[in-house]
Ligand binder design. Structure first.
Ligand SMILES: Nc1ncnc2c1ncn2[C@@H]1O[C@H](COP(=O)(O)OP(=O)(O)OP(=O)(O)O)[C@@H](O)[C@H]1O
Length: 256
C-alpha cells in the first residue's frame, strides 16, 4: 500500500499548565479515506488535530503530511506544508457581509502571496476555480449572495468549499456538524465522504455522534485520556467500546 497521507506516531502534548493532553497517540489517514475520531470532552481530540495542522508543536512524536514532517518545520516551510491541509471548524467563520464566492476565493489566498493579497484583495483569476469548489458542495447558485443569508448547513458547506479552494490533499474537520440540525449534519457527512471517496482527499474528522460516525466513516478511532484506544472499521466497533469512551474515569486515573 502507498504511504499514508497523514501519519501520526507517538504524539505527546503537555501544555504549559502541566496538563498532558496527548500520550503516545498514533494514527494514519490514507488518501480517499474518511477517518472519524470519537471521544469524550477533554480527551485530546482538538489538541491532536491542532498538532496535525502544525498549529501546535507537540512535546514528542512526529506528524508527516504527504511525506513532509510537519512537526519539525517552522516559518515559511511550515506555511507551505500547511497548504496541503484544509481546515473545517465547528463554526463556518464566514465574512457575512461579503458574497459567498468572495468567502470561497479567500481560501486561495495562501497560494497567492503578493502585495495585492497582502492588502486583502482577492485574486479574481481564481473565480472559475472557486465556482467549481462551490459547485462541488452544491452552492453554485448562491455565489453572489451575501454569506450572511446562508442557513447554518449552507454556511458550513461554504466553509468546506473555502477549504477546497486551497487545493488541499487532506481536510481536518473539528466537530463540523456541532451546530447543524440532523438533516444538515447527515448532508455534510455525506459530502465529506464523497470528497474522500470520489476526489481522493484524506479526511480526519472529530465527531460527538457515534451514529453518524458509524454511517459515514471508513474507520473510527476511539480516544480516551490522550490515547487512541481503538482504530477499526465501523462494523468492527463494539457498542461497549464506544460507551467506554464516554464513561467517567476517576480523576486520579487520568494522566498527570
Ligand atoms: N491551551 C491549553 N492550555 C492548557 N490546557 C489545555 C489547552 N487546550 C486544551 N487543554 C486541555 O487539554 C485537554 C484536552 O483538550 P482538547 O481540547 O484537546 O480536548 P477535546 O477532546 O477536543 O475536547 P472537546 O470535545 O471538549 O472539544 C483538556 O484537559 C483541556 O483542558
Amino acid at each position: 500500500m502507498s504511504q499514508p497521507l497523514i501519519e501520526v506516531s507517538g504524539l505527546a502534548m503537555r501544555y504549559p499548565t502541566g496538563r498532558m493532553a496527548l500520550t503516545d497517540a498514533s494514527l494514519t489517514v490514507n488518501a480517499g479515506e474518511l477517518v472519524v475520531i470519537l471521544g469524550a470532552n477533554g480527551c485530546g481530540k482538538s489538541t491532536l488535530l491542532r498538532c496535525v495542522a502544525g498549529m501546535l508543536q507537540p512535546t514528542a512524536g512526529r506528524v508527516t503530511v504527504a511525506g513532509s514532517p510537519i512537526s519539525n518545520l517552522t516559518g515559511q516551510r511550515l506555511a507551505d506544508a500547511r497548504m496541503a491541509l484544509g481546515m473545517v471548524f465547528q463554526n463556518a467563520n464566514l465574512v457575512k457581509r461579503r458574497s459567498v464566492i468572495a468567502n470561497v476565493m479567500a481560501g486561495t489566498l495562501g497560494r497567492h502571496r503578493n502585495w495585492k493579497t497582502a492588502l486583502g484583495l482577492l485574486p479574481h483569476s481564481e473565480r472559475p476555480f472557486a465556482e467549481r469548489c462551490l459547485d462541488e458542495v452544491g452552492l453554485l447558485g448562491f455565489a453572489d449572495q451575501r454569506a450572511g443569508t446562508l442557513s447554518g448547513g449552507q454556511a458550513q458547506r461554504c466553509s468546506v468549499a473555502r477549504a477546497l479552494a486551497q487545493r488541499p490533499l487532506a481536510l481536518l474537520a473539528d466537530e463540523p456538524v456541532a451546530a447543524l440540525d440532523p438533516e444538515a449534519a447527515e448532508g455534510l457527512m455525506s459530502l465529506l465522504k464523497r470528497l474522500a471517496h470520489e476526489d481522493g482527499l484524506g479526511i480526519l474528522c472529530v465527531l460527538h455522534q457515534p451514529d453518524l460516525a458509524r454511517r459515514h466513516a471508513d474507520r473510527i478511532l476511539g480516544m480516551k485520556d490522550g490515547r487512541v484506544l481503538f482504530d477499526e472499521k465501523p462494523s468492527d466497533v463494539q457498542e461497549v467500546a464506544v460507551s467506554a469512551l464516554y464513561a467517567k474515569a476517576p480523576l486520579e486515573t487520568l494522566p498527570a
